[in-house]
Ligand binder design. Structure first.
Ligand code: ATP
Ligand code: MG
Ligand code: MG
Ligand code: MG
Length: 483
């Protein structure tokens, strides 16, 4: 029940476009263009950075932008905004998410931005006002920044009661893109999933009950390399609302994973892994398997989008992709029990194939995984045989066996480590490194030779990438056939 995600998105875009004269611009790819200060696009404003700084090429279309709306594909894994550690452990941080945003470049400012946001949420989406809390910037003496009383007054005039208007400092209410770049005080809207109580003490406390949904940033400064704040040539508005969080509100779900953006994916993972279904539990003890489900679902989305947008391991995203592959593997182990970890191979293969394929996403994904899976099975048996033969006191796994797993079977070495870790055993890395060094040439060939049979269908993502604008019902529709 509730508004489907695609309608949530289109309602946002239409509101600003049709009712308030904003120009709809496409999402940029998640790989930043010409901005070395960023690993991934982490907010809707990234592509407009030159406008904020007053550096847009006057001949470019961008130079004429005054009011703009879009839905931006964002990745927060690395850099200033890195949510990798939260993903899966909570139900509202993803490494990939869509950010709905509206902008004013030297056009409207605080008052209009706040009243449009309030009207959209409470009148158009019909969210009860008594579930919403608003935070504003309380100032920071050290930086010489005063409290944003103007914004507080605007919210009071709109009708937000004083007890639901909360001041916060730099960390929460002064938005910065990265270590340098445009920044400014912000005001944020938070939603109480429970209701019928005073939840003001729960705002910005990292719990699942009261969640930040929309950030309205008033861009006034540029953070310089020496950390100083310089006034921007013109004041602008930059807003960002997480689509997944808004959808969870409008579908009456506490968890983003219980919305139509994720349930088909979780279902597919269930069918493929053969483990009990995703049960929606959170928390360390209850939710081990569920956490694994969430991590795998999250990372599949991210890797798909990254590959669609041309982020390949070995480029800027390598570190992330590597980390997520490892995390997915350990998560997938939770899902797979005795059997070779199915999801993990797929994610790993997505990464590894991407290393050598610059062609279409489907080429990247439609590899023959059968060989890889059987290698994994053989490798797992070899690991168990070796462990059984090992002296109990002997904690070091022979480097030569690890090497042969890698060389002969293409078995990922970090997976060997992970599997052994569970038994409290570690690989003899000294011996392994020596063998690797001796066989540099073989090793580099192996790197590029790993095969997969992933049938993860990301055609629609490819289309999204091509079309640029995620505003149709089909955009970001994941069709997974995980076997
Ligand atoms: P949080 O405090 O929850 O980490 P944030 O303050 O870091 O969020 P902003 O930089 O203000 O987030 O981004 C604007 C909006 O984007 C947030 O209000 C939220 O709705 C959404 N958002 C931010 N990070 C994520 C994420 N990792 N996954 C999903 N949505 C996100
Ligand atoms: Mg954050
Ligand atoms: Mg926040
Ligand atoms: Mg925020």
């Amino acid at each position: 029940p509730g508004l489907p995600a695609a309608r949530v998105r289109s309602t946002f875009l239409d509101f600003f476009r049709e009712k308030h004269g904003h120009l709809l611009v496409p999402s940029s790819p998640v790989r930043p263009r010409g901005d070395p200060s960023l690993l991934f696009v982490n907010a809707g404003m990234n592509q407009f950075k030159p406008i904020f700084l007053g550096r847009a090429d006057p001949r470019s279309e961008m130079a004429s932008y005054r009011r703009v709306v879009n839905s931006q594909k964002c990745v927060r894994a690395g850099g200033k905004h890195n949510d990798l550690e939260d993903v899966g452990r909570d139900v509202y941080h993803h490494t990939f998410f869509e950010m709905l945003g509206n902008w004013s470049f030297g056009d409207y400012f605080k008052e209009e931005a706040c009243s449009m946001a309030w009207s959209l949420l409470t009148e158009h989406y019909g969210i009860p006002a008594d579930r919403l809390y608003v935070s504003y910037f309380s100032g920071d003496a050290e930086s010489g920044l005063t409290a944003d009383e103007e914004t507080r007054q605007i919210w009071l005039d709109i009708g937000v009661p004083p007890k639901r208007l909360l001041p916060f400092g730099l960390k929460e209410n002064f938005w910065e893109m990265g270590d340098t770049g445009p920044c400014g005080p912000c005001t944020e809207i938070h939603y109480d999933h429970v209701g019928g109580r005073d939840a003001s003490s729960l705002v910005n406390t990292d719990g699942p009950d009261v969640v930040e949904i929309w950030n309205l940033v008033f861009m006034q400064y540029n953070r310089d390399v020496d950390r100083s704040l310089l006034l921007l040539p013109q004041f602008s508005v930059d807003t960002g609302m997480g689509l997944e969080r808004l959808v969870s509100v409008l579908q009456g779900k506490q968890s983003n994973y219980d919305t139509d953006l994720f349930t088909p994916l979780l279902h597919a993972i269930h069918q493929r892994s053969g483990v009990g279904p995703y049960s929606g539990r959170t928390g360390a003890d209850l939710g081990k398997v569920d956490t694994a489900y969430r991590v795998v679902a999250d990372h599949i989305r991210t890797l798909s989008v990254c590959i669609a947008d041309g982020v390949h391991p070995g480029m800027s995203g390598a570190e992330y992709v590597h980390q997520s592959a490892v995390r997915s593997e350990s998560s997938a182990n939770q899902l797979s029990d005795q059997r070779p970890p199915p999801i993990s191979c797929q994610i790993r293969v997505l990464c590894q194939s991407a290393v050598r394929s610059e062609s279409s996403i489907m080429d990247v994904i439609n590899e023959n995984e059968a060989q890889f899976l059987s290698s994994l099975q053989q490798g797992t048996r070899l690991i168990h045989r070796t462990l059984n033969r090992m002296d109990n006191k002997h904690e070091v796994f022979p480097g030569s066996v690890a090497w042969s797993l890698h060389r002969d079977l293409g078995f990922p070495l970090d997976l060997v480590d992970l599997m052994l870790e569970e038994r409290g055993v570690r690989v003899d890395h000294q011996e392994l490194d020596r063998l690797m060094a001796e066989n540099q040439k073989v090793a580099s060939e192996l790197q590029s030779g790993v095969r997969s049979q992933v049938t993860l269908d990301v055609v629609s993502l490819a289309e999204l990438h091509g079309a640029g604008v995620p505003h149709t019902d089909d955009s970001l529709k994941y069709r997974y056939t995980l076997d």
